[in-house]
Design a protein around this ligand. Structure first.
Ligand SMILES: Nc1ncnc2c1ncn2[C@@H]1O[C@H](COP(=O)(O)OP(=O)(O)OP(=O)(O)O)[C@@H](O)[C@H]1O
Ligand SMILES: [Mg+2]
Length: 467
């Protein structure tokens, strides 16, 4: 384990964990305190996946309950997007302050919601009258909660249209004592119609927006329970992109002494442990759950992209997935809508974090991987790819020579291969890596064997760098 990893292993075990979103927590509590003062009644909490929205809602719920507020919480899900009022019904169904029985106003409200859901498509029913009645029943619920009610809706990007319409009514025409509602969602996945509605609320002053940003270095230190100048912290912070989800996963990984995900910029190195390592972690299970709704073509395209690495293009993905360009394009558009893939400033595409790609890679069938790497190698060798890219695919694209059947290079061997491919002599490589020339020669012998080449010229040619 590196010094940094040792330091992190020692310190994360005792760190405080989880106090980094204090400013946003305070803002939501202030909003809760201001209810009934004619202030906004709706907070929109946004942030990238893993930024800590759900965790913050949990902290807010705990604090509100300690203050005597009844907290009703619901999570919107993709499979229920078509069910009208599903977050409201779920939240109020959980409201049982006196034990097992629902309060009478909650029962009346839930019944009215269910009935309204059936009537929404009926053109002869006045929507205005329906929503006015729901608003009034909602008021009855408020009156039954002397300590106040707080509604927390998570993953609101999956909310149904009727729920958003009802929230709009409640935000625009608040009751005497406004019911505070916090909706948390991933901004990139919010449908356009929802975005427009929320934006209109913001402009009217009825919606307050709180955006979670990437953690600062200091916040990352706090999250991990490390001193601000801990060795390795800045590197971890950068690799985790200031995202609590990735940061905690990478810190745990380092503390466990495992692969740090840096091996070749994407961590595909065979020496970096089993390629399905990340897919089997808690993080992997969580990230891969997002791919469950994908169709067969989208899944194929996601896996082809994972084979390609950190960044990829539509054409490269199409070549690896053996699809025509239009089909690959359609699937990638869907992956972008799910925020699994994003456009990079350089005009390429990338997973929203390299760990997403690593988890997907770990899920692919090893036999398919070999063919996919071979196709990637063929595609990239025709273009201006960086030398390390074809090398990685070369390592993984199957049997190459008697001694190197399916075996890849270690991190050190890749480094030696890269320098050799740049034309450096053994002595210069040894100087750069601070090892003896004999060690370099030994590495080269292993590299030749594994990649099935017998000279530097062949190695250079394999790595697509002109000698
Ligand atoms: N303040 C924090 N302190 C400690 N850990 C945190 C904190 N915020 C987030 N985390 C860690 O990051 C993970 C992701 O947080 P959370 O589930 O709240 O993110 P999210 O924004 O709701 O993501 P998603 O959009 O995927 O629902 C948590 O499981 C937790 O381990
Ligand atoms: Mg969440």
């Amino acid at each position: 384990m590196s010094t940094a990893a040792t330091a992190i292993a020692g310190m994360t075990a005792t760190g405080p964990h989880g106090t980094v979103r204090t400013a946003e927590h305070a803002r939501i509590m202030t909003f809760l305190d201001a209810r009934g003062e004619g202030r906004t009644s709706l907070v929109e909490l946004t942030g990238d996946p893993g930024y800590g929205k759900t965790r913050l809602l949990t902290a807010v719920a705990g604090e509100a309950r300690r203050r005597g507020v009844d907290v009703l919480r619901a999570r919107c899900t993709e499979t229920r997007t078509g069910e009208s009022f599903h977050p409201f019904i779920e939240a109020f169904t959980s409201w049982r302050p006196s034990g097992t029985t629902l309060l009478a106003p909650a029962t009346a409200f839930i019944r009215a919601l269910a009935a309204a859901a059936d009537m929404l498509d009926d053109t002869s029913t006045s929507r205005c009258r329906l929503f006015a009645e729901l608003r009034s029943l909602y008021g009855d619920c408020l009156a039954a909660a002397p300590g106040g009610l707080l509604l927390l809706f998570d993953d609101f990007h999956f909310a149904d249209r009727a729920s958003v319409d009802l929230l709009e009514v409640l935000a625009r025409w608040p009751l005497v004592e406004a019911l505070p509602v916090v909706v948390a969602h991933r901004q990139r996945q919010v449908p356009a119609w929802m975005h427009v509605t929320i934006q209109a609320g913001v402009e009217l002053g009825a919606v307050e927006q709180i955006r979670l940003a990437a953690l600062t270095l200091q916040q990352s230190a706090e999250l991990l329970g490390l001193p601000g100048r801990a060795p390795g912290l800045a590197d971890l912070h950068e690799r985790g992109a200031g995202n609590p989800l990735y940061l905690t996963a990478l810190a745990e990984q380092e503390a466990g002494g495992g692969d740090d995900g840096r091996a070749d910029g994407f961590g595909h190195a065979p020496s970096a442990g089993p390629s399905d390592h990340w897919a089997r972690t808690t993080l992997g299970v969580r990230l891969l759950a997002e791919t469950t709704p994908l169709g067969a073509t989208q899944r194929l395209v996601a896996r082809a992209a994972a084979v390609l690495g950190d960044t990829f293009t539509v054409d490269a993905v199409a070549a690896v997935a053996q699809l025509d360009r239009a089909e690959a394009c359609r699937a990638l558009r869907e992956l972008r809508a799910r925020d699994l893939v994003r456009a990079t400033p350089g005009g390429e595409l990338a997973f929203r974090h390299p760990l997403v790609g690593r988890c997907l890679y770990g899920q692919t069938d090893p036999c398919w991987q070999v063919g996919a790497h071979r196709r990637a190698l063929e595609y990239l060798r025709t273009g201006p790819a960086a030398p390390t890219l074809p090398a990685r695919h070369a390592e993984r694209s199957g049997p190459r020579g008697p001694a190197g059947v399916g075996v890849g290079l270690t991190a050190r061997e890749r480094e030696v291969a890269r320098l050799a491919a740049q034309g450096l002599r053994t002595r210069d490589i040894a100087g750069r890596l601070r090892v003896s020339p004999r060690t370099v020669d030994t590495h080269l012998a292993h590299i030749y064997g594994k990649l099935g080449v017998s000279s530097r010229v062949e190695l250079v040619r394999l790595l697509s760098v002109a000698p």
